[in-house]
Design a protein around this ligand. Structure first.
Ligand SMILES: Nc1ncnc2c1ncn2[C@@H]1O[C@H](COP(=O)(O)OP(=O)(O)OP(=O)(O)O)[C@@H](O)[C@H]1O
Length: 254
Protein backbone atom coordinates (compact mmCIF):
# COMPACT_ATOMS: atom_id res chain seq x y z
CA UNK A 1 0.00 0.00 0.00
CA UNK A 2 1.30 3.45 -0.83
CA UNK A 3 2.03 5.82 2.03
CA UNK A 4 2.08 9.49 1.07
CA UNK A 5 3.80 11.99 3.31
CA UNK A 6 2.98 15.00 1.14
CA UNK A 7 0.20 15.62 -1.35
CA UNK A 8 -0.31 18.76 -3.41
CA UNK A 9 -3.69 18.92 -5.11
CA UNK A 10 -4.55 21.27 -7.97
CA UNK A 11 -2.65 24.24 -6.58
CA UNK A 12 -2.84 27.58 -8.35
CA UNK A 13 -0.91 30.68 -7.36
CA UNK A 14 -0.83 33.96 -9.22
CA UNK A 15 1.06 37.20 -8.69
CA UNK A 16 -0.93 39.93 -10.40
CA UNK A 17 -1.09 38.73 -14.00
CA UNK A 18 1.65 36.10 -13.59
CA UNK A 19 0.44 32.52 -13.16
CA UNK A 20 3.31 31.07 -11.12
CA UNK A 21 1.53 27.76 -10.39
CA UNK A 22 -1.15 26.40 -12.66
CA UNK A 23 -3.08 23.34 -11.42
CA UNK A 24 -0.06 21.70 -9.80
CA UNK A 25 -0.51 18.25 -8.26
CA UNK A 26 2.12 15.91 -6.85
CA UNK A 27 2.47 13.25 -4.22
CA UNK A 28 5.54 12.18 -2.32
CA UNK A 29 5.98 8.71 -0.84
CA UNK A 30 7.16 8.55 2.75
CA UNK A 31 10.87 7.81 3.10
CA UNK A 32 11.85 8.82 -0.42
CA UNK A 33 14.09 11.48 -1.94
CA UNK A 34 12.16 13.34 -4.61
CA UNK A 35 13.56 16.02 -6.91
CA UNK A 36 11.76 19.10 -8.18
CA UNK A 37 13.48 20.41 -11.29
CA UNK A 38 12.76 22.85 -14.09
CA UNK A 39 14.21 25.90 -15.81
CA UNK A 40 14.54 29.28 -14.07
CA UNK A 41 11.17 30.86 -13.38
CA UNK A 42 9.20 27.61 -13.80
CA UNK A 43 7.59 27.84 -10.35
CA UNK A 44 9.71 25.61 -8.09
CA UNK A 45 10.36 28.20 -5.37
CA UNK A 46 6.74 29.33 -5.43
CA UNK A 47 5.64 25.72 -4.90
CA UNK A 48 8.05 25.39 -1.95
CA UNK A 49 6.63 28.61 -0.55
CA UNK A 50 3.07 27.33 -0.85
CA UNK A 51 3.98 23.99 0.77
CA UNK A 52 5.87 25.70 3.62
CA UNK A 53 3.06 28.20 4.28
CA UNK A 54 4.84 31.32 3.05
CA UNK A 55 2.15 31.83 0.38
CA UNK A 56 -1.49 30.83 0.47
CA UNK A 57 -2.57 29.20 -2.78
CA UNK A 58 -5.41 30.86 -4.72
CA UNK A 59 -6.84 27.40 -5.19
CA UNK A 60 -5.99 23.80 -4.25
CA UNK A 61 -4.77 21.95 -1.21
CA UNK A 62 -1.62 20.77 0.56
CA UNK A 63 -1.81 17.69 2.77
CA UNK A 64 1.07 16.74 5.03
CA UNK A 65 1.15 13.42 6.86
CA UNK A 66 -2.58 13.07 6.35
CA UNK A 67 -3.51 16.58 7.56
CA UNK A 68 -4.77 19.43 5.42
CA UNK A 69 -2.20 22.20 6.10
CA UNK A 70 -3.37 24.60 3.40
CA UNK A 71 -3.08 28.17 4.64
CA UNK A 72 -1.35 27.23 7.91
CA UNK A 73 1.32 29.71 9.01
CA UNK A 74 4.94 28.60 8.42
CA UNK A 75 5.66 28.23 12.15
CA UNK A 76 2.79 25.75 12.61
CA UNK A 77 3.89 23.72 9.58
CA UNK A 78 7.45 23.67 10.93
CA UNK A 79 6.21 22.35 14.27
CA UNK A 80 4.21 19.66 12.49
CA UNK A 81 7.55 18.34 11.17
CA UNK A 82 7.76 19.76 7.64
CA UNK A 83 10.99 21.73 7.71
CA UNK A 84 12.50 23.89 5.05
CA UNK A 85 16.12 24.82 5.68
CA UNK A 86 15.16 28.37 4.78
CA UNK A 87 12.60 28.47 7.65
CA UNK A 88 15.14 27.79 10.32
CA UNK A 89 16.44 30.98 11.92
CA UNK A 90 19.47 32.09 9.96
CA UNK A 91 22.94 30.97 10.92
CA UNK A 92 24.39 33.42 13.44
CA UNK A 93 27.78 34.41 12.12
CA UNK A 94 28.96 35.54 15.55
CA UNK A 95 28.42 32.08 17.06
CA UNK A 96 30.40 28.90 16.73
CA UNK A 97 29.15 26.03 14.57
CA UNK A 98 28.21 24.07 17.72
CA UNK A 99 26.25 26.99 19.20
CA UNK A 100 24.40 27.41 15.92
CA UNK A 101 23.37 23.76 15.88
CA UNK A 102 22.27 23.99 19.54
CA UNK A 103 20.05 27.03 18.99
CA UNK A 104 18.09 25.22 16.26
CA UNK A 105 16.82 22.56 18.68
CA UNK A 106 13.10 22.17 19.17
CA UNK A 107 12.18 22.97 22.77
CA UNK A 108 15.56 24.55 23.44
CA UNK A 109 15.30 25.42 27.15
CA UNK A 110 16.80 28.81 26.46
CA UNK A 111 13.56 29.70 24.65
CA UNK A 112 11.47 29.87 27.79
CA UNK A 113 11.93 31.69 31.05
CA UNK A 114 9.50 29.36 32.81
CA UNK A 115 11.42 26.30 31.72
CA UNK A 116 14.52 27.77 33.25
CA UNK A 117 12.75 27.72 36.62
CA UNK A 118 12.53 23.97 36.42
CA UNK A 119 16.24 23.60 36.96
CA UNK A 120 16.51 19.85 37.11
CA UNK A 121 14.46 19.19 33.98
CA UNK A 122 16.25 22.02 32.24
CA UNK A 123 19.64 20.46 32.99
CA UNK A 124 18.61 17.06 31.59
CA UNK A 125 17.10 18.63 28.52
CA UNK A 126 20.27 20.64 27.99
CA UNK A 127 22.41 17.50 28.08
CA UNK A 128 20.04 15.73 25.69
CA UNK A 129 20.16 18.63 23.21
CA UNK A 130 23.93 18.87 23.47
CA UNK A 131 24.31 15.13 22.73
CA UNK A 132 21.96 15.41 19.80
CA UNK A 133 23.93 18.38 18.41
CA UNK A 134 27.17 16.40 18.68
CA UNK A 135 25.65 13.34 16.95
CA UNK A 136 24.22 15.52 14.19
CA UNK A 137 27.54 17.28 13.59
CA UNK A 138 29.29 13.92 13.47
CA UNK A 139 26.74 12.58 10.99
CA UNK A 140 27.30 15.56 8.71
CA UNK A 141 31.06 15.56 9.27
CA UNK A 142 31.29 19.07 10.71
CA UNK A 143 32.20 17.99 14.23
CA UNK A 144 35.88 18.86 13.65
CA UNK A 145 34.86 22.51 13.06
CA UNK A 146 32.39 22.65 15.99
CA UNK A 147 34.38 25.36 17.76
CA UNK A 148 35.04 27.46 14.67
CA UNK A 149 33.18 30.72 14.25
CA UNK A 150 30.41 30.32 11.67
CA UNK A 151 31.59 33.42 9.81
CA UNK A 152 34.83 31.62 9.00
CA UNK A 153 33.58 28.34 7.49
CA UNK A 154 33.40 27.46 3.78
CA UNK A 155 30.25 27.64 1.63
CA UNK A 156 30.00 23.86 1.61
CA UNK A 157 30.38 23.65 5.37
CA UNK A 158 27.67 26.31 5.68
CA UNK A 159 25.32 24.05 3.65
CA UNK A 160 26.10 21.17 6.01
CA UNK A 161 25.50 23.44 9.00
CA UNK A 162 22.10 24.46 7.60
CA UNK A 163 21.11 20.82 7.14
CA UNK A 164 22.36 19.99 10.67
CA UNK A 165 20.20 22.76 12.08
CA UNK A 166 17.21 21.42 10.14
CA UNK A 167 17.73 17.99 11.69
CA UNK A 168 17.76 19.36 15.25
CA UNK A 169 14.00 19.85 15.13
CA UNK A 170 13.36 16.13 14.41
CA UNK A 171 11.58 16.72 11.11
CA UNK A 172 9.47 14.15 9.32
CA UNK A 173 10.25 15.75 6.00
CA UNK A 174 12.85 18.20 4.68
CA UNK A 175 12.35 20.69 1.86
CA UNK A 176 15.83 21.39 0.55
CA UNK A 177 16.53 24.40 -1.62
CA UNK A 178 19.56 23.71 -3.83
CA UNK A 179 21.64 21.86 -1.22
CA UNK A 180 24.57 21.56 -3.64
CA UNK A 181 24.60 25.11 -5.04
CA UNK A 182 27.97 26.79 -5.09
CA UNK A 183 30.01 23.86 -3.81
CA UNK A 184 32.59 21.76 -5.64
CA UNK A 185 31.49 18.42 -7.17
CA UNK A 186 33.23 16.33 -4.48
CA UNK A 187 31.44 18.13 -1.68
CA UNK A 188 28.17 18.14 -3.64
CA UNK A 189 28.38 14.33 -3.83
CA UNK A 190 29.18 14.19 -0.12
CA UNK A 191 26.13 16.29 0.71
CA UNK A 192 23.90 13.98 -1.33
CA UNK A 193 25.53 10.93 0.28
CA UNK A 194 24.57 12.35 3.70
CA UNK A 195 21.04 12.94 2.50
CA UNK A 196 20.84 9.37 1.23
CA UNK A 197 22.13 8.13 4.59
CA UNK A 198 19.39 10.13 6.32
CA UNK A 199 16.81 8.44 4.17
CA UNK A 200 18.28 4.98 4.72
CA UNK A 201 18.95 5.27 8.44
CA UNK A 202 16.11 7.50 9.59
CA UNK A 203 13.54 7.03 6.83
CA UNK A 204 13.61 10.78 6.18
CA UNK A 205 11.39 12.07 3.36
CA UNK A 206 12.88 14.84 1.20
CA UNK A 207 11.81 17.13 -1.60
CA UNK A 208 14.81 18.75 -3.25
CA UNK A 209 15.13 21.65 -5.67
CA UNK A 210 18.46 21.36 -7.46
CA UNK A 211 19.82 22.58 -10.78
CA UNK A 212 22.81 20.21 -10.84
CA UNK A 213 21.03 17.31 -12.47
CA UNK A 214 24.17 15.24 -13.10
CA UNK A 215 24.69 14.89 -9.35
CA UNK A 216 21.03 14.92 -8.30
CA UNK A 217 20.03 12.03 -10.57
CA UNK A 218 22.54 9.68 -8.93
CA UNK A 219 20.63 9.92 -5.65
CA UNK A 220 16.92 10.63 -5.99
CA UNK A 221 14.15 8.05 -6.29
CA UNK A 222 11.68 10.14 -8.24
CA UNK A 223 11.60 13.39 -10.20
CA UNK A 224 8.94 16.03 -10.93
CA UNK A 225 9.65 18.45 -13.77
CA UNK A 226 8.10 21.92 -13.90
CA UNK A 227 7.81 24.31 -16.81
CA UNK A 228 5.86 27.57 -16.88
CA UNK A 229 4.00 26.86 -13.67
CA UNK A 230 2.94 23.32 -14.51
CA UNK A 231 4.20 19.81 -13.79
CA UNK A 232 5.08 18.57 -17.27
CA UNK A 233 6.72 15.24 -16.48
CA UNK A 234 7.38 12.84 -13.62
CA UNK A 235 9.20 9.56 -13.23
CA UNK A 236 12.41 7.88 -12.17
CA UNK A 237 15.66 9.69 -13.08
CA UNK A 238 16.15 7.19 -15.91
CA UNK A 239 12.67 7.86 -17.31
CA UNK A 240 13.19 11.61 -17.02
CA UNK A 241 16.49 11.71 -18.94
CA UNK A 242 14.83 9.80 -21.77
CA UNK A 243 11.61 11.86 -21.77
CA UNK A 244 11.33 13.89 -25.01
CA UNK A 245 9.28 16.63 -23.29
CA UNK A 246 12.05 17.15 -20.73
CA UNK A 247 14.79 17.07 -23.35
CA UNK A 248 12.88 19.70 -25.33
CA UNK A 249 12.52 21.96 -22.25
CA UNK A 250 16.20 21.77 -21.37
CA UNK A 251 17.38 22.11 -24.98
CA UNK A 252 15.12 25.14 -25.30
CA UNK A 253 17.02 26.62 -22.36
CA UNK A 254 20.46 26.04 -23.81
N1 LIG B 1 6.66 37.42 -5.11
C1 LIG B 1 6.48 37.40 -6.43
N2 LIG B 1 5.87 38.43 -7.06
C2 LIG B 1 5.67 38.41 -8.40
N3 LIG B 1 6.05 37.39 -9.21
C3 LIG B 1 6.67 36.34 -8.64
C4 LIG B 1 6.92 36.29 -7.24
N4 LIG B 1 7.54 35.12 -6.95
C5 LIG B 1 7.67 34.47 -8.14
N5 LIG B 1 7.15 35.21 -9.15
C6 LIG B 1 7.08 34.81 -10.56
O1 LIG B 1 6.56 33.50 -10.61
C7 LIG B 1 7.24 32.71 -11.59
C8 LIG B 1 7.85 31.51 -10.93
O2 LIG B 1 8.96 31.91 -10.13
P1 LIG B 1 9.74 30.94 -9.16
O3 LIG B 1 10.70 31.75 -8.37
O4 LIG B 1 8.79 30.10 -8.42
O5 LIG B 1 10.56 30.02 -10.19
P2 LIG B 1 11.76 28.99 -9.95
O6 LIG B 1 11.44 27.79 -10.75
O7 LIG B 1 11.98 28.80 -8.50
O8 LIG B 1 13.01 29.75 -10.57
P3 LIG B 1 14.58 29.66 -10.18
O9 LIG B 1 15.03 28.29 -10.61
O10 LIG B 1 15.17 30.72 -11.03
O11 LIG B 1 14.72 29.91 -8.72
C9 LIG B 1 8.25 33.65 -12.26
O12 LIG B 1 7.65 34.19 -13.42
C10 LIG B 1 8.45 34.72 -11.21
O13 LIG B 1 8.84 35.94 -11.81
Amino acid sequence: MSDKILEVEHVRKTFGGVVALDDVSMSIERGTMTALIGPNGSGKTTLFNVIAGVYKPDRGKVLFDGTDITGWPPEKIYHKGLVRTFQIPKVFKGMTVYENVLTAARGNPGESFFKSLLRHIWRNKEIEISNKAIDTMKLLKIFHIARNMSAAISGGQMKLLEISRGLMSDPKMLLLDEPAAGVNPTLAHQIFQFLRKLREEQGMSMLIIEHRLDILFDYVDYVYVMSRGRIVAEGTPQEIVENPVVIEIYLGEA
